[in-house]
Design a binder for this molecule. Structure first.
Ligand SMILES: [Zn+2]
Length: 230
């Protein structure tokens, strides 16, 4: 049914199909989300009409983390930046201002530096086109930090951001994809607790960082793409 030239890795369950592809071979069909890893906690996620960019734009190379070329990031359709907090390796307001059509969801430390007309108001939830966004305020440093659940095309996703707290993640049930920092993954492995998710993706690892795999997690390289279909 779907032709893919080269598989990196395949997960299949009764209700969810996830597969990795190399750039340029991504098929498109209804009811799927396409993911591309930019760097740090930045993913480009699209259904073809709407695109969410998590923790993007950020300052390339900030604090020694991943660099990227902004020319390679070409989101399609209506675009939202979904940002966990204002540290430089997650957020760069100057770059956001240069992308005038994009909207923004984030805590006040993020949204305070841009035109309020571009900010989608968040209480506990926010709506962006077909995507429902649920906010968990989670601890990080001395600032307001959001972890997010995004429900889109029937796919339930969790984005931890930089928090050290796994409580909110472990309380979530029936996730399809959980995006988790290396330090949260280590914490989970040390405690033996498992995330209730069909797929765990590590993000914010260093370029050469060795990740000890837990829950069969994907450790993406920059530019890696995969598709999740319900
Ligand atoms: Zn941070």
């Amino acid at each position: 049914m779907h032709r893919i030239k080269r598989h990196l890795k395949v997960w299949m369950t009764a209700s969810l199909l996830i597969y990795g592809v190399f750039a340029g071979t991504t098929p498109s069909f209804a009811g799927s989300l396409e993911f591309r890893f930019i760097g740090n906690m930045a993913f480009q996620i699209s259904d073809g009409a709407f695109t969410i960019l998590t923790d993007y734009p950020y300052i390339s190379g900030a604090f020694g983390y991943m660099e990227y070329q902004s020319e390679t990031v070409k989101p399609v359709g209506t675009v939202l930046s979904l940002v966990t907090h204002e540290h430089d390796d997650h957020w760069n307001p100057a770059s956001f201002r240069k992308a005038p059509g994009w909207s923004l969801v984030g805590p006040a430390g993020v949204t305070g530096s841009v035109d309020p007309n571009r900010v989608i108001h968040v209480d506990e939830t926010a709506q962006f086109g077909p995507a429902t966004i649920l906010v968990h305020q989670t601890p990080h440093s001395d600032l307001v930090h959001y972890s997010y659940v995004v429900i889109w095309q029937g796919v339930r996703m969790f984005f931890s951001g930089d928090t050290n707290s796994s409580k909110e993640l472990l309380a979530e049930k029936d996730l399809d994809v959980a995006f988790v920092s290396p330090w949260l993954l280590n914490q989970l492995r040390a405690s033996g607790r498992r995330v209730d998710a069909k797929m765990v993706v590590v993000y914010h690892h260093g370029v050469d960082e060795q990740i000890t795999v837990y829950q069969d997690c994907l450790v993406p390289v920059q530019g890696e793409e995969f598709t999740v279909a319900r």
